[in-house]
Design a binder for this molecule. Sequence first.
Ligand SMILES: [Zn+2]
Ligand SMILES: [Zn+2]
Length: 294
Amino acid sequence: MNLIKLAHKYIGGLTHAHTVLSNHAGHHESNLTIDRIVRSLDKGNLAGDDTSPLAYVLLNEHPSDPARPRQLGRLSPRGRRLLRQRRRPVVGRVPIMYGLEVSLLASGRTDLTPRLADRCPLIIASRHTLPPETERDEEAIAQLFSDACDNPLVDVLGHPPRFIEDLTAVDWPAIFAKAKATGTAIEVNLNTFPDDDDHLIQRQFWPLWLKELARSEADVFIGTDIHNQLQLDSFISQWHELNQEVSWRDNHLAQFITALAAADIKPAKVITADFDRFKHWTQLDKSERSHLHS
Ligand SMILES: [Zn+2]
Ligand SMILES: [Zn+2]
């Protein structure tokens, strides 16, 4: 199998990327800026030309600290910085989309504010820190996902199985059906895809979870979820090493796309795979998306 070709089919942009704007006091998750991302992709021949494999960058910053999510006040400096960031639609010939990754709150709401939601092309809602009684309770988890799907502003459920791969009572087919019915996409997150050092439970869980997702009618959002320069450099070098037989077993990206193909996730189901199709998808409202056939 030609893994470069496969990567092209599944991955059309650098998606779910974070920059220093996602850092919070006591929570430093990124050392990237938009310029650094674009420069690295350009230098690594992954973006910047008509023939480059990645046609766009989609940023998904955290509005509030994912370790202590809360709604920002109307005049918060952070909110203003996030809005200012949106002024550069193209950086060094690479189109940039300014989405957000909001945190789900135990109340069923998110830390998103109306000002930040306004004209935001893509909102991922993820489980980050939650009260202990909610965090690993299957019913509470199902309710949280269901509320997120019912939220007209939430486009994607972010890294849904992270840290709950061992909870056997989570009804994934029901969650995927709810996602489809409400026009919400399911993220398949490269960053949380297990590697060889991860626990057996995660490695056993993922192929089955991907197969369930492939069987469902839910749209799939592939998130590269890059936070720092090290991850970005490693993503770029792994991409170029995709066709080197010797190393593919150590190549996390190769394992990821191979797992997608093995689970029979059809590239046509992946909304992020093609820039024009993705832009079109973001412009539809959720009820229109729920009627799309993949
Ligand atoms: Zn997250
Ligand atoms: Zn993230």
